[in-house]
Design a protein around this ligand. Structure first.
Ligand SMILES: Cc1ncc(COP(=O)(O)O)c(C=O)c1O
Length: 337
């Protein structure tokens, strides 16, 4: 058995998969991420978007568009960044080192970043396990990879307790675009919240590198802006965000498409004998007898999925785009030993 290696750290890494398992990149079906298989169509970009440094006014327009798209409370302070990953890395550096609780398993970069910045990181299984010692609570809503979610009321109660001791609630809402009812954005008039949004997932444009911190009023947003420096996102990225985030029709169409496609994937995986542990509209987490072995079997059929180093039975599978892609996955699953 070959260990899944870099593939168990992040999705993607198609070039590494090609080197290890063969085939040509175009032959692969990449289901290793939670990125929508229906990308937003690129708009024509004005030449100035490439040629000139972004103006503060266009950046302000992006902030305003994001505020409306994410349904933020009017008092929210919004910080654009080159992907929510950049914010995940900077945020811990801006706070005095202390005890940070992270509800896991979740996106691994949170623990890495808080640890690297000198905080003590405690892995907890649910938000109600946070203790008086913790100054920061981090969780994903809905969570990657298991899709667990918490209603805003539960998180606001946790936030109130943290706030009482000067703490911060960080919610990674990278996958909340299709479950807006989970978002704390409308509650950002309350202090002590920092929400992270990712543009790349639902718009299927992870390579654009755009994300936002949505912060409660207070010093945090300005410190993030300072830490990111001038022109944190490119002119074309701003144009992309302005267009896509305001396109309600496209978002509704995508929600409907995903809503039709995901049950078909669930049915197929269940029929293939896999146990579904959870997921979102963009990916499913399944349990197999041996997730690493299944990863390898699928990779030999040029299908890339996401195994987990610590949870060997698990495999995360992104949404196939159409019947053809789903059929190919079904066929490969049927031929497993
Ligand atoms: C839960 C979660 N949060 C944040 C990110 C970072 O995404 P990005 O930097 O593209 O916004 C990822 C990437 O996979 C993720 O899965």
């Amino acid at each position: 058995m070959i260990e899944p290696g870099p593939h168990s750290v992040h999705g993607g890494g198609l070039a590494a998969a090609v080197r290890r398992f063969g085939g040509r990149p175009g032959e692969w079906l990449d289901l290793s991420t939670g990125i929508s298989p229906w990308p937003y169509q690129l708009p024509p970009f004005p030449p100035q978007a490439w040629q000139r440094l972004p103006e503060p006014e266009t950046m302000a327009a992006l902030v305003e568009t994001a505020g409306v798209a994410y349904d933020c409370a009017a008092a929210a302070q919004i910080v654009p960044a080159p992907g929510s990953q950049a914010l995940i890395q900077r945020l811990p550096e801006l706070l005095r080192p202390g005890a940070c609780a992270i509800v896991g398993p979740t996106y691994g970069e949170h623990a890495t970043s808080w640890t690297r910045a000198g905080h003590r990181v405690d892995a907890i299984a649910a938000p109600d396990q946070v203790t008086d010692e913790h100054r920061v609570l981090v969780l994903g809503n809905p969570n990657n990879p298991d899709g667990r979610s918490w209603p805003p009321e539960a998180l606001l109660a946790a936030s109130a307790a943290l706030r009482a001791r000067g703490g911060l609630l960080v919610v990674d809402e990278a996958f909340a675009d299709l479950q807006p009812e989970l978002s704390l954005a409308p509650h950002l008039d309350q202090p002590g919240l920092c929400l992270l949004r990712s543009f790349g997932k639902v718009f299927g444009l992870a390579g654009v590198r755009l994300g936002f911190a949505l912060c409660s009023p207070g010093p945090l947003a300005a410190r993030l802006v300072e830490s990111l420096g001038p022109w944190p996102v490119s002119g074309v990225t701003i144009q992309m965000g302005l267009r896509a985030l305001a396109d309600r029709d496209w978002i509704n169409l995508t929600r409907a498409r995903l809503g039709r496609a995901m049950p078909k994937l669930h049915d197929m995986l269940t029929a293939a004998g896999l146990e579904i542990l959870g997921g979102t509209s963009l990916f499913v987490l399944v349990a197999a007898a041996d997730g690493w072995a299944l990863f390898e079997h699928l990779a030999k059929a040029q299908i890339l999925t996401r195994p987990f180093a610590l949870q060997r039975a698990w495999l995360r599978i992104g949404l196939p785009r159409d019947d053809l892609a789903r059929g190919r996955l079904a066929e490969a699953l049927a031929s497993r030993p």
